[in-house]
Design a protein around this ligand. Structure first.
Ligand SMILES: [Zn+2]
Length: 344
C-alpha cells in the first residue's frame, strides 16, 4: 500500500498513544480525534452523549460502522495511605504484576498533575524479606508520588484526592525493523488504522458503495463502549480491535486476525466469510482465530439492541494488556482488509 498512508498510520498511533485516556478520562483524546478528522477533511463529527467520536465517511444506504476504542486500561486513586503513598484501583484488566514499576501521571481535578511510580510496598529488596510476595492492588501495590509527601495531609495539600485518574506511561517505541512496542496498542493502533482509512477515502476521492461510518468509542475496556454506536440503523458493525497472538493462535504480529468466536460466542459467519474472501482475493495476509479470553465492543452493541451482523478483526498484538507489541505490517494488512472489503 501507498507509503504515505503507512507513515500516517504509524504517526497517528504514536500521537494517540501519547494522550492519556484510561476509560472515563476521555475528553483529551476525543478532542484530538475530532481535530484530526477535521484536518483530514471531515469537519462534521458527532458522538454519543456518553462520549466517543463518530464520523460518516460518505456513501449511501446499507450503513456499516467500523468501531475502534480510544480508551485504555489505567487506574484510579482508591485511598491515600498514612505514609503518603496511594492505594489504587485498576480500570479494566490492568495486571498488577506488569503494572509494577510503571511511571504514572496522577491527574488531579483542580491542581494539575503529578508524576509517580507504581511499586510494591516497601520496595527495596535489601530491607524487605517479603518483596517477592504475590502482587495485588488490594494488598501490596501502591503509587509512590514524586513529591516530598509523608502523610495523608501532605498528599491532600497537593490536590490529589480519591477518584483521581492514574495514567500509565505507554513507553512507545517504533523499531527500525518495524515493530511497534507500547502499552495500549489495544486499541490505539486500530484508531490509527481508521484515521488512515478516513484519510485515504478523502485524499483518493474513493466512491464508497455503501454508507461507511467510523467511530471511536471510549468505554470498551469496561465492556459497554459499543452500546451507543452511530448510526442506530447500522446493518453491519465491525469492531476493529487487536487480534490475539500466542500459544495455539494462528494470528501473528504481521497479520490481520479475523475472529470467528470469542468468550461470548460466534460472530457473524457471513461477515467472517466476506472478510476472509476479500483477503484471499487481494493477497491480504490474514488468519482466522477463536479468542477464548476476549470480549469486544460489538457484543455491547447487540446487548444494547442493535440488529446488525457483527464481527471483530484487527492487527495481531502480542503481550496484550501488558507491554504490547505488533508490527507495522499487521496495521497494513488490517487497513487492506477493510479497504478491499468496503470497496468490493
Ligand atoms: Zn481492545
Amino acid at each position: 500500500m501507498d507509503k504515505k498512508y503507512v507513515d500516517y498510520m504509524v504517526e497517528q498511533a504514536q500521537k494517540l498513544l501519547a494522550i492519556h485516556s484510561p476509560t472515563g478520562y476521555n475528553q483529551e483524546v476525543q478532542q484530538y480525534l475530532r481535530e484530526e478528522l477535521g484536518r483530514i477533511g471531515y469537519p462534521e463529527t458527532t458522538g454519543p452523549r456518553r462520549g466517543g467520536v463518530a464520523c460518516c465517511l460518505g456513501g449511501e444506504g446499507d450503513p456499516i460502522t467500523l468501531t475502534a476504542h480510544a480508551d485504555t486500561l489505567g487506574a484510579m486513586v482508591r485511598a491515600i495511605k498514612d505514609n503518603g503513598t496511594l492505594m489504587i484501583t485498576p480500570i479494566g484488566g490492568l495486571n498488577p504484576n506488569n503494572a509494577e514499576t510503571s511511571n504514572v501521571e496522577i491527574i488531579t481535578k483542580f491542581n494539575g498533575s503529578y508524576s509517580g511510580t507504581i511499586q510494591v510496598e516497601n520496595a527495596s529488596t535489601h530491607v524487605n524479606p517479603h518483596v517477592n510476595d504475590p502482587r495485588s492492588f488490594d494488598e501490596n501495590i501502591e503509587v509512590v508520588i514524586d513529591e516530598d509527601v509523608h502523610s495523608v495531609e501532605d498528599v491532600l495539600a497537593l490536590g490529589i484526592e480519591t477518584g483521581d485518574f492514574v495514567c500509565l506511561d505507554p513507553r512507545t517505541v517504533v523499531t527500525k525493523s518495524g515493530y511497534i512496542k507500547s502499552r495500549f496498542l489495544d486499541d490505539k493502533a486500530c484508531c490509527a488504522i481508521l484515521l488512515a482509512y478516513a484519510k485515504y477515502v478523502k485524499d483518493e476521492k474513493v466512491q464508497l458503495p455503501r454508507q461507511v461510518w467510523v467511530q471511536f468509542s471510549v468505554y470498551e475496556e469496561i465492556g459497554t463502549g459499543g452500546a451507543t454506536l452511530i448510526p442506530r440503523d447500522a446493518h453491519d458493525i465491525i469492531a476493529v480491535d487487536m487480534g490475539c497472538v500466542g500459544e495455539l493462535q494462528a494470528g501473528t504480529e504481521r497479520k490481520v486476525s479475523l475472529c470467528a468466536k470469542d468468550s461470548k460466542g460466534p460472530y457473524s459467519y457471513e461477515l467472517l466469510k466476506e472478510l476472509a474472501l476479500a483477503c484471499k482475493e487481494n493477497g491480504v495476509d490474514y488468519a482466522v482465530d477463536t479468542y477464548y479470553r476476549y470480549g469486544s465492543d460489538v457484543e455491547g452493541s447487540l446487548v444494547a439492541g442493535y440488529d446488525a451482523r457483527h464481527m471483530t478483526m484487527g492487527p495481531g498484538v502480542y503481550a496484550s494488556h501488558g507491554y504490547e507489541r505488533t508490527h507495522i505490517s499487521a496495521l497494513e494488512q488490517t487497513f487492506q482488509c477493510i479497504r478491499f472489503y468496503l470497496e468490493k
